[in-house]
Write a protein that binds this ligand. Structure first.
Ligand SMILES: [Zn+2]
Length: 256
């Protein structure tokens, strides 16, 4: 999709609105409410990667018939990642870790252990800045490339998959990804483990509608996640489900 004509239309509509207000054809409030609704629309479409509005992401694989899902962990590697690795080993399940470059630098051995244990690693930017939605295309490319460079120096892998921090995909992120060539990995099961405060509720959210091909979003820097993970893995095992790496779920390349 080319956004330039879209932007021109939006600006033209806004100017027409200003003129209509100026000549008293419509009230100022109608224009204000329209602008607010438009801004909310922009916010919603750019923070919901699973809607594929700007970029086609891998969010779920409905063609999977085997009882396979992909557990994914964002924001590591950190000390608590080791507990997650132990649990995954205990249940013989594989997962995908979308790592922050800065954390890879701080915890190189943990990053290497994730790879040694046979899990997939992916790019989650270098700094995971809260300003992600406001960065220039150039700055986003730098964030992605610096994370890749760190992962290569420490783990010897060239990451090809990207998980957007805060799920943010906008036209600038889209242009950055066209430059770096990463494939976007989204999710279709959001656990809200980093937001909610009830372990029971988080677990229920995940297992309620679990089906083959699902991608579950979790965070390895969250203590609640570690506490529910054993029960989640037990649930999967009891129900003959297995967690596989995202690249295996879609038959895509994790590294180049
Ligand atoms: Zn994140």
């Amino acid at each position: 999709m080319n956004y330039k004509p879209f932007n021109i239309i939006v600006i033209l509509l806004f100017l027409i609105g200003v003129l209509l207000v100026f000549f008293n054809f419509i009230s100022f409030w109608i224009l204000l409410v329209s602008v607010i609704v438009y801004l909310i629309f922009l916010l919603v479409i750019s923070t919901n990667v699973q809607w594929n509005f700007f970029v086609k992401a891998y969010n779920t694989n409905p063609s999977i018939t085997r009882k396979e899902i992909a557990l994914t962990f964002d924001d590591g590697p950190v000390a608590s990642t080791l507990e997650i690795l132990d649990l995954l080993k205990k249940f013989d399940m594989k997962a995908s870790f979308f790592c922050i470059g800065k954390n890879i630098q701080e915890n190189p051995e943990i990053f290497q252990k994730i790879i040694e244990d046979g899990h997939m690693v992916g790019n989650h930017t270098f700094s995971h800045t809260r300003k992600m939605g406001f960065l220039s295309t150039h700055k986003i490319i730098e964030e992605i490339n610096t994370c890749n460079k760190t992962a290569f120096e420490i783990g010897g892998v060239v990451l090809k998959t990207y998980r957007p921090p805060f799920g943010i995909i906008n036209p600038k992120v889209k242009r950055a990804l066209e430059n770096t060539g990463h494939q976007v990995i989204g999710w279709n099961v959001r656990s809200y483990d980093a937001v909610l405060n009830s372990k029971r509720f988080i677990l229920k959210r995940i297992i309620k509608n679990i089906k083959p091909g699902d991608i579950v979003l979790l965070h390895d820097n969250n203590y609640q996640t570690i506490e529910i993970l054993e029960q989640l893995l037990l649930f999967l095992q009891t129900n003959n489900y297995v967690s596989v790496r995202v690249d295996n779920l879609f038959q895509i390349d994790a590294y180049s």
